[in-house]
Design a protein around this ligand. Structure first.
Ligand code: NI
Length: 168
C-alpha cells in the first residue's frame, strides 16, 4: 500500500485544470490503487488526482458500498431537482460548508483499461461525484457554498449522524 500526500488549500495544484488521460497502463492502475488507499486511510468518500499533486482527469469515489474508479469522467445528465447539504474535502481539513448540488447525475467515465461506463448516481453519491469532478477543473466546494458551518454545527451534525446509525 502506497499512500500519497494530500495537498491542502493554498497549493496551486488544486486550482489548475487537469489534462485527459490517454495512456491506460500500469502506472495508471498503480495511481488508482494509491488514490483509493489514500482516500480510505484519510476516511474520505472521494479523492481527485490534483489532491495528490497530479494534474490528470482521475478520481476515486466510495461512499461506503462500492469503489468507483473514474478516468476522464464527465457529467452527461444533471437533474433539475437539487439537494442542499453538508460537504467537506480532504484538502480542507476540519471545515464544512452547505452546498447545493443536483439530486441526480449520470457520469460517463473510463475504467483503468480505457473501457467506457456510466454511473447513475443520486443523493450523497451524486454529491460526491459532482464534488470530485469539480476538482478536475480546479473548483472547490468553498467556491459555491452557501455558508460555512461553525465548529459547533459540525459537532452537532456528527452527533445526529451517530444517533441515526444507532437506530439502523
Ligand atoms: Ni474535495
Amino acid at each position: 500500500m502506497a499512500l500519497r500526500k494530500i495537498v491542502t488549500l493554498g497549493d496551486e495544484t488544486l486550482r489548475r485544470e487537469c489534462k485527459k488521460v490517454d495512456k491506460f497502463n500500469l502506472r495508471l492502475s498503480m495511481l488508482l490503487k494509491d488514490m483509493a488507499d489514500t482516500m480510505y486511510d484519510a476516511e474520505g468518500v472521494g479523492l481527485a488526482a490534483p489532491q495528490v499533486g497530479i494534474l490528470r482527469r482521475i478520481a476515486v469515489v466510495d461512499i461506503g458500498d462500492h469503489l468507483y474508479e473514474l478516468v476522464n469522467p464527465e457529467i452527461i445528465y444533471r437533474s433539475e431537482e437539487q439537494q442542499t447539504g453538508m460537504e467537506g474535502c480532504l484538502s480542507l481539513p476540519d471545515r464544512r460548508g452547505i452546498v447545493t448540488r443536483p439530486r441526480k447525475v449520470t457520469v460517463r467515465a473510463q475504467d483503468r483499461h480505457g473501457r467506457t461506463f456510466e454511473v447513475e448516481a443520486e443523493g450523497f453519491l451524486a454529491r460526491a461525484m459532482c464534488h470530485e469532478l469539480d476538482h478536475l477543473d480546479g473548483h472547490l466546494y468553498i467556491d459555491i457554498m452557501e455558508r460555512e458551518l461553525s465548529e459547533e454545527e459540525i459537532q452537532e451534525y456528527a452527533r445526529s449522524q451517530e444517533l441515526t446509525e444507532d437506530r439502523e
